[in-house]
Design a protein around this ligand. Structure first.
Ligand SMILES: [Zn+2]
Length: 244
């Protein structure tokens, strides 16, 4: 074999090896991309399952407390029903000075099954303040979603939470939203203002709930909307032709 020829061979082999490596890299990249996609899909599916679980839990708690037939949950009703029907879960008004941190609004202690509410938040909730009710409903979420340990809520801590803690906090928020504004009771709402006045939630919470209600209305419309009259039903048209 001449030198020139073997040089070509070496060159060809190198090109083949390079092409194969490129191909492998491409395959790897593709596999990785697919895996990422799969993960995303799984996370979305899981997210949906989680939300469904939280929504049904919120509904169940309303039922347990005999509050399923009303729109706005006022604080005195929640306090009395909890004492009557859920004697193992305690709601305790606590002086701000006696809270772990002065800025804590409320916290749930799993060990004593107690929701400690700062007197400031308690009094505001008694006066019908939507934000204060949300804080209490949020702690109720921790209790009924079986979150363990001590769950504190204050105005400054969220950004310092770890990812896992943020998830638990988000879940408790989600619970509170569904508990205070059940989707099925709010489907007739034409806007967020209606939700705010009918369910007694803050304007921020009414906006958040309204987004969810709009989606639920859209889903419902999608599954129940009949075919418009001017749309040809092809299957029927074909059958009619065959009969003729
Ligand atoms: Zn919390």
């Amino acid at each position: 074999m001449g030198l020139a020829r073997s040089a070509i061979r070496v060159g060809q082999r190198a090109a083949v090896v390079e092409a194969r490596q490129d191909w492998n890299k491409g395959t790897l990249r593709m596999q990785r991309a697919l895996r990422v996609d799969e993960n995303k899909r799984r996370t979305k599916g899981e997210q949906k399952m989680r939300l469904t679980k939280i929504e049904s839990r919120a509904k169940l708690v309303r039922e347990k407390l005999g509050l399923e037939g009303i729109d706005q949950i006022v604080f005195s009703a929640l306090r009395d029903r909890l004492a009557e029907r859920q004697p193992n879960l305690h709601l305790k008004k606590t002086l701000a000075d006696d809270m772990p941190n002065e800025q804590d609004e409320a916290y749930y202690d799993e060990n004593s099954q107690t929701i400690f509410v700062s007197d400031v938040v308690w009094n505001r909730a008694e006066n019908g303040d939507g934000d204060a009710m949300f804080v209490i409903a949020h702690e109720l979420g921790h209790a009924y979603l079986d979150h363990t340990g001590i769950r504190k809520r204050n105005s400054i801590s969220y950004s310092r939470y770890s990812l896992k803690n943020r998830t638990l906090e988000d879940e408790a928020d989600e619970f509170a939203s569904h508990f205070l504004v059940p989707t099925n009771r709010a489907l007739i709402a034409p806007n967020s203002e209606y939700i705010r006045s009918r369910f007694g939630v803050s304007s921020l919470q009414s906006e958040i709930a309204w987004k969810r209600i709009k989606l639920a209305k859209f889903d419902l419309a999608g599954t129940q909307r009949p075919l418009p009259r001017n749309v040809i039903n092809f299957r029927e048209a074909v059958e009619r032709q065959r009969d003729n």
